[in-house]
Write a protein that binds this ligand. Structure first.
Ligand code: NDP
Length: 308
């Protein structure tokens, strides 16, 4: 039986060293050194091998090294294979720190000050308290719920929206299609922390922007596929949206001549809002192997129907 790893090398080498000590009977191989594919029982990947559907007849569990699974084409993964995302406890912490930074940057109008600095302008703008701003978080999962709490702690009026009803102390919560417009109507800074699924693809579009208060701002830390980038550029031109922090784009990276690179009202970061850490993520994998061997469900098991 083999544990096959196919992703970034630094993490792979760290995991391999830990496996050699803690799982001496489970050979840990790093792609492309697969060995006998028929012996691969577990696989951890960002992108799976092209022949995932047919090349690994005894594969039982496919671990995503990321918190999302949208990069895997689930239709190609045999239906009997469990798909498990990475629920590393450091990921929500780092994400909440990034989101708070992004929202505070928009709130403090860092984009205007950076633009003024470029142009040698000393033009003070009156600062406001965070409590004057209503932040709305799309997605109240592992990441969205902690981001809400940190934003509330920073002083913002925070609400969240999810598919099912959630209760989070100090946070106004909305759920489902029926409460979507009310959520958008009270949101000055919108944060996207949804998984990318067939239902959420392109959700950040012109229709949505029109339902936000005029001059609202956007933080997209979900996936590039959530955002209609042309609609954002049009909404920035019209003033309906007044600024955005985008950690994810489609494609990544954007083509060199894409207008979002140089737009004065967009701050781009290269998909770094959060990431699983080699040390904590290997512990999650080892814990999941224990659960699987005990016949229990692994932490982070994906509902293949829902897509997250
Ligand atoms: P979870 O699966 O824990 O939470 C997803 C949330 O989204 C849930 O609250 C869920 O609702 C809600 N949701 C899903 N589909 C819908 C829908 N159609 N309508 C309304 N609500 C919906 O995910 P995480 O919080 O762990 O992660 C969220 C995403 O963040 C990841 O999928 C990934 O894309 C992104 N990410 C980005 C990173 C970066 O560096 N930029 C790093 C890590 C993750 P319910 O609770 O009712 O199920």
């Amino acid at each position: 039986m083999i544990f096959l790893y196919k992703s970034e090398a630094v993490r792979g080498n760290h995991w391999k060293a830990v496996f050699e000590e803690r799982e001496p009977d489970l050979p840990f191989r790093i792609w492309p050194d697969v060995g006998d594919p028929a012996l691969v029982k577990y696989m951890a990947v960002w992108l799976p091998p092209d022949d995932i559907a047919t090349g690994y007849p005894n594969l039982e569990v496919l671990f995503s090294v990321g918190a999302g699974v949208d990069q895997l084409n689930l239709d190609l993964v045999p239906p009997n294979v469990k798909v498990v995302r990475m629920l590393d406890p450091s990921v929500p912490q780092i994400m909440a720190e990034f989101v708070t930074t992004a929202v505070l940057s928009l709130h403090c109008d860092v984009l205007t000050h950076m633009d003024q600095q470029q142009r040698g302008l000393w033009n003070p703008l009156l600062p406001e308290m965070a409590g004057s701003r209503r932040v709305g978080v799309l997605g109240l999962g592992q990441l969205g719920s902690l981001a809400c709490k940190k934003l509330a702690y920073a002083g913002f009026k925070v609400a969240g929206w999810s598919r099912s009803r959630h209760e989070i102390e100090g946070i106004e919560t909305f759920s489902g299609e029926g409460e979507f417009d009310a959520f958008l109507g009270r949101t000055d800074i919108l944060v996207c922390l949804l998984p990318l699924t067939a239902e959420t693809q392109g959700i950040l579009n012109g229709e949505l922007f029109a339902k936000l208060p005029r001059g609202a701002m956007l933080v997209n830390v979900g996936r590039g596929g959530h955002l209609d980038q042309d609609a954002l550029l049009a909404a920035l031109d019209s003033g309906q949206i007044s600024g955005a922090v985008l950690d994810v784009t489609d494609p990544e990276p954007l083509p060199p001549d894409h207008p979002m690179w140089t737009h004065p009202r967009i701050l781009l970061t290269p998909h770094i809002a959060s990431s699983a850490q080699p040390g904590t993520s290997v512990e999650v994998i080892l814990r999941n192997l224990d659960l699987l061997r005990a016949g229990k469900e692994p932490i982070g098991l994906i509902d293949r129907q829902r897509g997250y």
